[in-house]
Design a protein around this ligand. Structure first.
Ligand SMILES: Nc1ncnc2c1ncn2[C@@H]1O[C@H](COP(=O)(O)OP(=O)(O)OP(=O)(O)O)[C@@H](O)[C@H]1O
Ligand SMILES: [Mg+2]
Length: 228
C-alpha cells in the first residue's frame, strides 16, 4: 500500500480568549490517497477554513497530528514546515491574500522564484493566460475585480504544479463560466499531474465532481451515510 498524501489523526483545535474556550475542530481523523479529489462541505462556521489551514501547516492544532507525505508537519520547526509547504502544497485562500505591492505577474512568479526556477516569468505569464488574465499581467491587486484577484490566487497556487492543492471556495467570486474554466483546470491538474485536490465549497455541482466529500458539522467530521 502506498502512503497517503495526508493522514490526519485526532486533530483538535481550540482557541481561548476573554470570553472562554471554543473548540473549532473536534478529534478529526481521515486520510487522503494520492490523486484523490475531496470536497470539504459544511455550514458557515463549521471549521472548514481552519481545517484547510492546518492541513497546509499555516495554522497549528491544539492536539493531534498531520502527516504530509509521511512527514509529521507539527514535529518540524516553522522554517522546515514552510519548506515542506513550498515544495509540495499549493494553497488558495478564501480571502486571496495577494501581495498588494506586486503585480499579478509578480504574485504568480513568487512561488516559482522561491523554488529558484529560471523560467518563472514565462511560466507565470502562461498560467495567467490560462485563467483568462493574459491582459492583466501588470495590474496590481487593488485595481483587479474580486473574480480577477481570485484567478490570480488560483494561478499562483497552480503554477508550481503542487502534489497537494488546497483551495478554499475557489470559485466563490467567479461567474458560472469562469468558475467552470477554473474547475476544469483544477481537475485537469488532478488527472494529468496526479495532483491531490482538497476543495472547500458550498457548490454542490463542484462537490459532486470530487471523488468523495467530507462533511464538517460544528467542527466534527460526519461520516457519509453509507459508511455509518
Ligand atoms: N482565531 C480564532 N479565534 C476565535 N474563533 C475563531 C478563530 N478562527 C476561527 N474561529 C471560529 O471558528 C469557527 C470556524 O471558522 P472557519 O473559518 O474555519 O469556518 P468555515 O467553515 O470556513 O466558515 P465559512 O463557510 O463561513 O468560511 C467560526 O465560528 C470562527 O468564528
Ligand atoms: Mg471558510
Amino acid at each position: 500500500m502506498t502512503e497517503p498524501i495526508i493522514a490526519v489523526e485526532r486533530l483538535t483545535k481550540r482557541v481561548t480568549d476573554s470570553t472562554g474556550t471554543l473548540t473549532i475542530l473536534h478529534d478529526i481523523d481521515f486520510a487522503l490517497a494520492r490523486r484523490e479529489s475531496v470536497a470539504i462541505v459544511g455550514a458557515s462556521g463549521s471549521g472548514k477554513s481552519t481545517l484547510l489551514s492546518i492541513l497546509a501547516g499555516l495554522d497549528t492544532p491544539t492536539a493531534g497530528t498531520v502527516r504530509l507525505d509521511g512527514v509529521d508537519l507539527f514535529a518540524l520547526d516553522e522554517d522546515r514546515r514552510a519548506a515542506v509547504r513550498a515544495a509540495k502544497v499549493g494553497f488558495v485562500f478564501q480571502s486571496f491574500q495577494l501581495m498588494a505591492n506586486l503585480t499579478a505577474l509578480e504574485n504568480v512568479m513568487l512561488p516559482l522564484e522561491l523554488q529558484g526556477r529560471p523560467d518563472a516569468r514565462q511560466r507565470a505569464a502562461a498560467m495567467l493566460e490560462r485563467v483568462g488574465l493574459g491582459q492583466r499581467l501588470g495590474h496590481y491587486p487593488r485595481v483587479l475585480s474580486g473574480g480577477e484577484q481570485q484567478r490570480v490566487a488560483l494561478a499562483r497556487a497552480f503554477v508550481v504544479e503542487p502534489e497537494l492543492l488546497l483551495a478554499d471556495e475557489p470559485t466563490g467570486s467567479l461567474d458560472f463560466a469562469t468558475g467552470e474554466t477554473v474547475m476544469d483546470l483544477m481537475f485537469s491538474l488532478n488527472r494529468e499531474r496526479g495532483t491531490t485536490l482538497v476543495l472547500v465549497t458550498h457548490d454542490r455541482g463542484i462537490a459532486a465532481r470530487c471523488d468523495r466529500q467530507i462533511r464538517l458539522e460544528a467542527g466534527r467530521l460526519m461520516l457519509p451515510a453509507e459508511a455509518v
